[in-house]
Design a binder for this molecule. Sequence first.
Ligand code: AMP
Length: 618
Amino acid sequence: MAKIGINLVTGSLQKDEIIVGIDLGTTNSLVAIIHPETKKPIVLKEHDESSLVPSVIYFDEYGNPVVGSAAKAYLETAPERTIFSAKRLMGKTYRDLGNASLFSYKIIDDNTDSLVKVKVDDRFYSPIELSSFILKELKLRAEHILKTPVTKAVITVPAYFNDAQRQATRDAGKLAGIDVLRIVNEPTAASLAYGMGVGKSDDVQTIAVYDLGGGTFDISILRIVDGVFEVLSTNGDTYLGGDDFDKCIVQHWAEQHKITFEELSANKILTQGLRLKAEAAKKYLSDSDIYEDELNGLSLILTKGEFELLIEPLVSKTIDCCNKALKDAGLNKSEIDNVVMVGGSTRVPLVKHSVSEYFDRKVNDSVNPDEVVALGAAIQADILAGNNKEVLLLDITPLSLGIETAGGLMDVLIPRNAKIPSKASRQYTTQIDGQSGMRISVFQGERDLVKDNRKLAEFNLTNIPGMPAGLPKVEVGFLINADGILTVTAKELRSGVEQRIEVKPQYGLTDDQIEKMLMDSITFAKEDILQRALAEARTEGEQLLKTTENFLQKNSALIYNDELLQTAAGMQALQLAITMEDKNLIQRKIEELNDISRPYAERIMDQAISKAMAGKKI
Ligand code: AMP
C-alpha cells in the first residue's frame, strides 16, 4: 500500500510558493513567514505599522466588514456593530457560552444546543464567518507585503480547543480562500519558535508554556518525544489577562481621587481615558520605577511597587493554574525542562519573576512574546513545505474522513492532516420515534456537502430497540491503523447493538485526484459554507416546527386562542422560509416563532412545576 504522507501536500506546492503561519488571536492576530534568505522566521508588517492586527470587525450600515485598527476605533462609538473576541465564540453553542451579556454586540441567545450566531442589523454571522473576515484581511496584507498570492497557511489554536473549534477554524480559513495545511497548538508553535523539538534527539523534553495575553491566560504542559509534541494537560482562565491589570490601576486612581464606581460607570469618556493611561503606565513600569502623568487635571502617579501590590492576587491566580496543570499531567515542578513565555503581559517583571520562582528556573523570554506563536507557526509551515528536514513528521491523512448527517452535511471525524494512527468517535441519535435502523455513510473529502465528496462505504446499524427520537445513543468510531486502513464502528450504547466495517480510505485515489479535491474545496469554499449554513438553518427550522407541533398537541387546552393563531402564523412563515434559499430569513423566522411561543411555554412550565410541588415541602 502506498504510504500517505506529507509529500502529498508538498507535491501539490508550486515552486517557491509561500506558506504563511497565522496566529489568529482573541485580541490581535498576525502573520509570519520564513525569510527566504536568512531562513529565519519573521513577522510581516507594513513599514510604519504594527505587526499586530486587532481581531476586531466593524460592520458598516451596508454590512461591509472593516477589520483591524480601523475597526477598533468603533468599539466605543458603535459597540453594537463592532465585533471583538470572535474567537471566544468558535464552535460554541448558546449553552456553552453561559453568559452572553459579556459581549456588547448581539448574540442570539435562545439557550439551545445550536451554534451561536451574532446579529448585526438584520444579518446573522457565524463565528466562522467572523473569523474568516479577519483571516481575509491578514491574507490581503500578506499579499500586499509579499507581492505574491498567499493561499496556504498554518493556523494556531489554543491547546484546549476541541474538535468542533478546530474544524471551525479550518472552515474560517477555507472561507477566506486559504488552504489550511495544518492547525497547530499555540504552545507547540511557541516551543518551536524556541527551537524545541527541532533536530533529532532521543531525549524526552517536558515544557511548560505560560501564555498571558490581554484577556486570557493559558498554561499548557507539553512533552516532546522524537519531534512529536503531545499536550499532557492544559489549564487557565478565559477571563484573566493584561486588561485586568489595567482595571486594577483605574480603580486605584479612582479611589485616590475619590471617584465613585457610579461616577465611573456614568462617565464613559473619563473611564476610557483612565484605562488608556493605565495601560500606558503598566507598559512603562515594565522598564521603569515610577509613572507620572495627568488627565483633565487629575494627577496620575504609580510606582512599580504599588502596581505589583495591585496585581499580585491576579498573578497568584495564574500560579494556582500552573499548579493544577502540573497535577493533571502527573508531574512535579522539577520534571519541567523548559518554561516558555507567551503573550504581551509576560513582559511585566512581576509575572516573569513569579513564574521563574515557581518553576525554579530561568524562563525563555528572549523572543517577542506577542510574536512567538506566529513565528512558530511559520516554522511549522516551513516544515510542511519540506524545507526543514530535521523535524520528524508522522504519516498523515491526505483528506478528511467523516459521515453524512442530517441535510446531507459532511460531519468530519478525522480531519485532513491528522496523524496516523488516529482515532475519533462521536455520538449521534435518531430523528424518528421507534427508528430501528441507522444508515452510516462514510465519506472522504473537504467539501461541506457529502454529495461533493467521495463515498467510501455505507452500512446499516440495525436492530436498535424502539425508543423515542433522540433517546438512542449511537457512537460512531473511526480508527485508522498504522497501515492507513480505516475501521468504522457503530454501536448503540443503551442496547449494545454493534456493527463494523473496514475501508481503505485512500484506495483508488491518485495524488492528482487528491490535489483536485483539495483545490475544489477552496474554489467552492464560500458556496459550501453558505450551503452548510442553509442546510443547518433548515434542519434547525424543521426541528423547531416539530417540537412546537408536539408542544401544541400536548398543551392545547392551556394556550389562549390568540396565542394559537399567532403560533400558526409563525409556523407557516417559518415553513415558507425553509423552502427558500435565504438562511438569514430562516433564522429570523426561527427567532420570531421562539418569541411567540416563549411566553406560554414558560407559563405552562411554571404551572407544571407548581402542580408537581403542591403539597410538598422544600
Ligand atoms: P496579547 O493578547 O498577547 O497581544 O497581549 C496583550 C496584552 O499585553 C495587553 O494587555 C497589553 O497591555 C500587554 N502588554 C503589551 N506590552 C506590554 C508591556 N511592555 N508591559 C506590560 N504589558 C504589556
